[in-house]
Ligand binder design. Structure first.
Ligand code: GDP
Length: 293
């Protein structure tokens, strides 16, 4: 929780200022609150809807001190996050395909999850389906070694859907509990990428004798651009959920809220650093408490 709180410091400080300035619930308080929420990356529509709901609550309860609304803001924000029906990393056997643009943190997240599942005594297999970049395969192998997990992959240029086919076959032979597959984040064009990933998802779903989840990894520091990316991936691949990385950095945190609430996708985990232990479960109440302070 400390690294998350540290990461969300900027948002929390901005929100704190609104709640302390003057301390009265008046028109300038509402304006400041709206501005701060919009600036925090959660999107104008959601920011306005949240502040409208709080206005209604303040009027109904006759609240006049800004500090009386702080807890209500955290609750209102937390209610925006959908809760997952199933956790693809805990409810095994399970196969997860990680998608997202280059640099989002897919490979790192695969490595962290593999390490944790190994620690829990699960039989884990990593799959390297980013055959577009040789470095991507090498990087996954480094994480595999670190986590003590085997990596199934093929050389650069091979069809990524056939890599997934091999990975699932091997997982069946080994009776694996958890299969984590890293995919490409960039091809010649974005349309090519979406088409390739759609094929990867289809082949894996058809071949796997276990539930297959498609998880989008998003870098929290990309701001509102992250929302556009998420929409594109969701339209093409019908995502199951999200992992938000780099919440330890200078992220504002609002992007997690915007993507999760607008696309109706649960957040399975959050990344709060670069090392193997820097992955946390997502708790909407803790997150919003860290955001609001
Ligand atoms: P990929 O291209 O999507 O596979 O992204 P990588 O896994 O290679 O990650 C890109 C960079 O982001 C690397 O330098 C990682 O160490 C870093 N990174 C990944 N997750 C986190 C995180 O939660 N916090 C921080 N601070 N850095 C992260």
């Amino acid at each position: 929780l400390d690294s998350l709180k540290h990461g969300l410091e900027r948002s929390r400080e901005a929100i704190s200022e609104v709640f302390y300035m003057g301390g009265e619930v008046d028109e300038s308080f509402w304006e400041d609150l709206e501005d701060t929420l919009v600036m925090g990356d959660m999107g104008a529509e959601l920011a306005l809807s949240v502040s409208d709901d709080l206005r209604e609550l303040a009027a109904k309860k006759g609240l006049t001190r800004a500090s009386q609304l702080r807890g209500a803001l955290a609750d209102r924000l937390a209610a925006e996050f959908p809760t997952p029906e199933r956790d693809p990393f805990d409810d095994t056997p399970s196969c997860v395909l990680f998608v997202g643009i280059n640099g989002a943190g897919k490979t790192t997240t695969c490595g962290k999850l593999a390490g944790r599942a190994m620690g829990e005594g699960k039989r884990v297999l990593l799959g390297g389906a980013d055959t577009f970049r040789a470095a991507a395969i090498e990087q996954l192998e480094v994480w595999g070694e670190r986590a003590g997990v085997d990596v199934i992959t093929r050389e650069r240029g091979c069809d990524p859907a056939s890599v997934c086919y091999d990975v699932i076959e091997e997982a069946e032979r080994r009776d694996s509990d958890l299969v984590l597959i890293d995919t490409a984040g960039r091809l010649h064009t974005s349309a090519d990428l979406m088409q390739e990933l759609a094929k990867v998802v289809n082949v894996t779903r058809k071949r796997a004798g276990m539930p297959v989840s498609v998880v989008l990894v998003i870098d929290a520091t990309t701001g509102q651009n992250g929302l556009n990316q998420a929409k594109e991936f969701n339209d093409a691949l019908d995502l199951d959920g999200l992992i938000i990385t780099k919440l330890d950095g200078t992220a504002k945190g609002g992007i997690a809220l915007a993507v999760s609430s607008q696309l109706g996708l649960p957040i399975y985990r959050i990344g709060v650093g670069e090392s193997i232990d820097d992955l946390q479960s997502f708790d909407a109440h803790d997150f919003c408490a860290a955001l609001v302070g």
